[in-house]
Design a binder for this molecule. Structure first.
Ligand code: PLP
Length: 371
């Protein structure tokens, strides 16, 4: 493992631990801004870190726009000083009342959400106007992921019309998330994204021709934001999330996106059950288990170890080097999927220049803060 990840004294770190390397986060933020061309073109998604201190670091770099997926993340962004927050989620049920409360509680924050269906949008509009308020809505566009949103076309246009004409709602633009564009080669990814983008632009131009405002188009994640960065459309705001930390999954998916992992896990050996096995305290309650078993982490200092069994609090490695380990020994691991890994931890240990400098709370791992 690269020496820049070593920590002078790990004795105070309870394992399994998530460790954030603050200097690498700074580097990754600087690289994001470099790719975007300007901090004002970025609207990073906070779902990867869910941590107020990282939002503060973004603000210190000149990033003023923020994206999130939950009200807790939105409140965390505001607590960090954010004044422009986009909750990229369609609100239904009690979340409609939460939106009213959010707008009332934070009147100096520009706040918007997504929508793709008349029924919840009508409820949102009624609730907002009953409270004497209004909320920005970005029409969610489906460019092929088929998770949420509408394809550019007549039905989508009618929903935009509905947003324009409904009291309590303000048309705020389009949301284009394309998490399915996982082509390994940048050129292939660019071609696929641009084919969809053409449809989005034609659709947007049609809305504008109706006299409807389309102030922003919030686009993409880590793999696609360099492609949007190449465009000079002033309404584009890019919303990568994962690259602020990065992980093994994205390093493999997007080899052109060179962001060093800014987090590692620290784990300790708790048992040596057989001559060729080492058991660690790194169960799937500490590291995301959406990647397949056996592939949820890698061990830079033990790359050939096979991950043969993982339970809630145990990870069993099979390795010819097992004899080199004793209970209490430490290993670093890189998570394959950092975003859900963060959500499994109450706090992260923060390292700078090889020294442990404190802990940060992963504040919005909770679904509710105050609203
Ligand atoms: C709506 C939305 N925007 C942005 C992102 C960030 O994408 P990435 O994780 O590729 O950086 C995500 C990730 O899940 C997302 O769902």
């Amino acid at each position: 493992m690269d020496d820049c990840y070593r920590i002078a004294d790990t004795s105070g770190i309870l394992t399994p631990a998530l460790i954030v390397y603050r200097d690498m986060v700074e580097q990754n933020l600087a690289h994001m801004i470099e790719i975007a061309g300007d901090a004002s073109r970025l609207r990073p998604h906070c779902k990867t870190h869910k941590t107020k201190e990282i939002v503060e670091m973004e603000i210190a770099c000149g990033i003023t726009k923020h994206k999130c997926a939950t009200f807790a993340e939105a409140e965390m962004c505001v607590a960090a000083g954010a004044k422009d927050v986009f909750l990229a989620y369609s609100l239904v049920g009690p979340n409609i009342g939460r939106a009213v409360k959010f707008v009332e509680s934070y009147p100096d924050v520009e706040f918007c959400v997504t929508g793709d269906h008349e029924k919840p949008l009508r409820q949102l509009g009624e609730a907002m106007s009953a409270a004497g308020n209004s909320i920005g809505v970005l029409l969610d566009i489906d460019t092929g992921q088929h998770r949420t949103g509408l394809v550019p076309g007549e039905a989508a246009r009618e929903i935009y019309r509905f947003i324009v004409e409904t009291d309590g709602l303000t048309p705020a633009g389009l949301h284009v998330y394309d998490g399915h564009q996982h082509q390994l080669e940048r050129d292939d990814r660019r071609a696929a994204i641009n084919a969809e983008w053409k449809k989005v632009v034609a659709f947007r131009d049609g809305l504008v021709a109706e006299g409807w405002p389309v102030g922003k188009i919030v686009c993409g994640g880590t793999g696609s934001f360099p492609v949007y960065a190449e465009k000079d459309d002033p309404t584009i705001q890019m919303s990568p999330g994962t690259c602020v930390y990065n992980d093994i999954g994205y390093s493999e998916h997007f080899p052109d996106m060179v962001f060093p992992p800014a987090t590692l896990m620290l784990t300790r050996v708790i048992s040596r059950p057989t001559d060729d096995r080492v058991t660690l305290d790194l169960g799937y309650k500490a590291v995301a288990s959406d990647p397949p078993a056996g592939k949820r982490t890698i061990f830079p200092d033990l790359p050939d170890a096979e991950q043969v069994l993982q339970n809630e609090e145990h990870l069993v490695l099979q390795t010819s080097r097992a004899g080199e380990f004793e209970p209490g020994d430490e290993l670093f691991a890189v998570p394959r999927h950092i975003c859900p890994t963060s959500a499994l931890h109450k706090e992260v240990y923060v390292v700078s220049n090889g020294e442990l400098i404190g802990t940060w709370t992963i504040a919005s791992r909770d679904r509710k803060l105050t609203i």
